[in-house]
Each structure stands twice: as C-alpha cells, then as structure tokens.
Design a protein around this ligand. Structure first.
Ligand code: ADP
Ligand code: MG
Length: 485
C-alpha cells in the first residue's frame, strides 16, 4: 500500500465477528449441536418452527456471552431481552431470527490488541449480543437444486461489533487473531474458522488523510480466515481509492470476497435496519441476571493471554517468543507448568520453543499429544543446571530417550546413556597444579593483579579435558588454586 494515491487516504475499518458458542445444546432448543453431523439430524420441532413450538433459553449461552463481555471489559446489561429479526430466507425456517436489538447483553467494551511487534492497539467494542444462527444453504452438491441443512439452525452465536477504530488490514487481522485467542482461552468457542465457528464481516471506508468525517462504508460478508480478511480489506481499500480518484463515489453496499479472482464483488444492496421489523420475542421472559451470577462468572475467568504475555516479557523472555508462548492455551499452560517447576522461565522457554517445538512440528502433533510431562523436562533442566549433564547431551541424547520412555527419570536415562559428568575435581586439581608449575610467570602476574589470566588457565584446562569437564567445576578449581597461598 505505498503507492502515493493510496497513501493520500486513511482507511477506516470496523468488524462484526460471529463466535459460535461451544455449548452442548442450541440456544433456544435442547437438541445437541455437533459439527459435521448427517444433514438435518440435529433438529427439533423448535428449530424447524413447527406451529406451537416454544423456545426456552439455554442458560449456558448467556453465561458464555457474559464471560466474553467481562473478558473484554464490557458493561453488562442484566435486564436485556430477545427480539425477533424478521426476514425470509430458505435456511431460516421460522421466518425470523431471535437476536437482541436495543438491549444487547454486553456493551461498551474494549480489547487491547496485541500486535506482532508486541505493542498494543486499543479497539472499542460497541456491543456483544446473543443470537441464533441460521441453517446452511448448499449450492454445490446438486446440479439442479439448492439443498438445506438445518443442523446449524438455532445454535448460539455471540456477535461482537467493534467501533470503526481499525486503520489497516494488519490491525484488523490482529484483532481477529486476538478475539480467536481470547474465546479459546476462556472456553466459549472452538473458534475454528475453517469450520465456521468464527466468522467475520468487515466494514471498510476511506477518507482523505486528516479528515474527520468517515466515508461511506462497504460491508464485506463472511470472511472465513484471517488471511482472507486481510486480503479482502486491502483490495477493498484499493478499489475505493481507484473509484474516488477516477471521480466516482462509493455506494453503501454489501460485497463478498472472491479468493480466486482476489477481489470484492457486489452482493446486494444494504437492507435498511427497519426492514427487519424488530419486536420483542413474546415467548421468552426478559433476562434478569443476578449480581451473584456476574460475580461467579468473573471469578471463573482464567488469566487472560495478554496478562501472561506481559508476565513473560517482564521475566526477560523476548517479545516474539512470548507471543509464540501465549498463542495457544494448551501450549501456554504447558509452559506455565514448566516454568513453575523449574523456577527458570527463560530456560523453560528455550526448551519449549527449541527441542520440544521442533519435535512437535516434525511429528505434526499438538502439545496435548506430547508424551513427556512438564515435570520430566524440568528434571532434565535441573541436571543441566547442576552441571551433571551437558546441554548438548541433554538435548541430543537424553531428550529423545525421554520421549521414547516418558515414565523414566531423566537421571536414570542419562546414566544409561553414559552422559553423566562425573565430578572430576581431583583430576582437575592435579592438572591445574601441573599447569601452574609450567607457567610460573602467569601465576605471578595473576597474583600481582592481572585477573584476566584466570581465563587463560580455564581455557588450558578445558582444552586438556576436551570439553568433557564441567565448566563450572573448572572455574572453581582454577579460582581456588590461584587464590590459595
Ligand atoms: P448498522 O447499524 O447498519 O449495523 P453500525 O453503525 O452499527 O451499522 O456499524 C456496523 C459496523 O460498521 C461496525 O463494526 C462499525 O464499526 C462499522 N462502521 C460504521 N461506520 C463505518 C465507517 N464509516 N467505516 C468503516 N466502518 C464503519
Ligand atoms: Mg449497528
């Protein structure tokens, strides 16, 4: 985006993010929801809209939305209600979607978005509300007809609406990554974009740099990966700049991203909100959430990824490594256990991001399937720390042996592999005595104050023992002998 035309404009972006809640049953009906089931098997009279079927609210969905709201510093409206959003579409059997219009459960929140350089960008949230998902229309299975799968109809969605605070495709991508991480950490959604449990619409406009009033926005629907989101925004910005530069005007519309031709294409004119004829759902009571519930939910939240990130950076772990450590909850939890047991966050990070991750990548597995428990890695770290096993031997010999036999103590493995460094204090002391006899000048100069000569003796000894001596032990012997009178 450095062409001079583009840089005369400031992009403005706001996202609407749909988070599919990972509850066992749907939001207003009791049937289970499972991704990938046989089409039209997870359906009930309620989600099929049979006459007389009455909805009943799944409390777990409310709790998950409130947790998400608390984790994003939202105000919580304890007395909201549900509204019918009326429209006709084949995958919506009732002819309306239960949603929240005027009174979303969560409003006025904010997310601090962790960017790849470690800096934070604050994005305000307008609202998070609870609604039900529609079914799926399938257009590519039958040459003649469109098919409908209603398994998804009625599953709980949290819709997160940001303020137009984002200023680039990168910032939008970072926000979506942040939300994905957050909902996974707090356990409200699997947030797999490929499976559609996290979906995103992007609103994009441009204005001349320095202007105050935002331009007309275009909404790009159903972006199903972070890469698509970023590409779509970049191309939409470029399209709007081209349109304005050639004397055209931007019309408010809904577009779709075509990943094949790498462009956004018009979808339909923007429906006016009034078309939906919102009105309160008469078959459900208004919400009435207790203070106690909010309190319990707040107490149930785990430490959030950003708090962990800050803690790692404060412990001296570089920004990019800290970022990798928090990326996945399970990986970060493993690291938490390892640093607690070893008491050494930096070395723990080196082990996890070095040999452990290399192994996971080579095997194509996740940390959940890594056979070695954190205690065993901590025990191996201790052997190195105490000078009983050299770092290369620990990494290249004991570590693979530990993977093959995760139940065995690392020390026993090191003994079996004959990589334990025996104390060589006696041999080192006599070798040092011989060295001192051979280098009386160096000894005299050391004692006269030339302390750097300590390194000369250490180097000589290490060479004699060809790396098999423990450097700590060598240092200690040299120090003792040189300072003894
Ligand atoms: P609607 O009422 O049609 O849903 P909103 O005003 O609530 O529209 O905005 C929906 C989304 O569009 C929000 O994410 C918001 O941040 C974003 N948005 C609003 N105005 C602009 C704009 N001028 N440029 C880019 N995004 C915008
Ligand atoms: Mg709105």
């Amino acid at each position: 985006m450095d062409d001079p035309q583009t840089s005369a404009y400031q992009p403005v972006i706001g996202l609407e993010i749909h988070v599919q809640l990972s509850t066992r049953s749907k939001v207003f009906a009791t049937e289970a929801f499972a991704f990938g089931g046989e089409p039209n098997t997870y359906v009930s009279p309620i989600s099929l809209a049979h006459p007389g079927a009455l909805p009943s609210l799944n409390q777990a969905c409310i709790e998950q939305v409130v947790k998400l709201g608390l984790a994003t510093h939202c105000q919580i409206d304890r007395q909201g209600y549900f509204a019918r959003k009326n429209y006709f579409y084949p995958d919506l059997p009732k002819g309306y979607q239960l949603s929240q219009d005027q009174r979303p459960i969560c409003y006025e929140g904010q997310v601090e978005v962790l960017q790849s350089d470690g800096s934070l960008k604050r994005v305000s949230l307008e609202r998070i509300h609870l609604e039900e998902d529609a079914g799926k229309s399938i257009h590519d299975l039958d040459p003649e007809e469109s098919l409908i799968d209603l398994n998804r109809a009625g599953t709980g969605l949290a819709e997160v609406v940001t303020r137009p605070d984002l200023r680039s495709a990168e910032e939008a991508g970072a926000l979506l990554a942040e939300m994905r991480r957050l909902v996974r950490y707090i356990g409200v959604s699997d947030a797999n974009m490929e499976q559609g449990n996290l979906r995103c619409d992007a609103n994009v406009s441009i204005m001349p740099v320095g202007a105050e009033a935002y331009g007309t926005r275009v909404e790009i629907k159903n972006l199903n990966s972070i890469t698509h989101l970023m590409r779509a925004i970049e191309h939409e910005i470029a399209r709007q700049v081209r349109t304005v530069e050639s004397g055209g005007t931007i019309v408010q519309e809904t577009r779709t991203w075509d990943p094949v031709s790498q462009q956004t294409l018009p979808m339909r004119g923007k429906e006016m909100a009034a078309d939906y004829r919102y009105f309160p759902e008469p078959d459900l009571l208004p919400l009435d959430l207790s203070e106690d519930l909010l309190h319990d939910l707040a107490a149930s939240l785990p430490e959030l990824p950003q708090a962990r990130f800050q803690r790692y950076v404060a412990a001296g772990i570089p920004v990019n490594e800290s970022f990798t450590l928090i990326e996945q909850r399970a990986f970060s939890d493993y690291f938490e256990a390892l640093q607690r047991q070893s008491g050494d966050p930096k070395t723990a990070a080196n082990w996890l991001l070095g040999p452990v991750r290399t192994y996971l990548n080579a095997e194509g597995i996740e940390i959940a399937d890594f056979p070695v428990p954190p205690q065993a890695i901590a025990a191996l770290m201790a052997l190195v720390e105490e000078g009983q096993v050299s770092l290369p031997a620990a990494r290249e010999q004991v570590f693979p042996a530990l993977i093959a036999a995760p139940e065995t103590a690392p020390q026993a493995l090191a003994q079996r592999l004959e990589v334990m460094m025996e104390s060589q204090a006696g041999e080192l002391a006599s070798a040092m005595a011989a060295l001192m006899a051979a280098h009386p000048d160096e000894v005299a100069r050391f004692r006269a104050g030339k302390k750097q000569l300590h390194g000369f003796f250490v180097g000589q000894l290490m060479r004699q023992f060809r790396g098999k001596a423990d450097p700590k032990e060598v240092n200690e012997v040299v120090r003792q002998k040189l300072t003894a009178s």
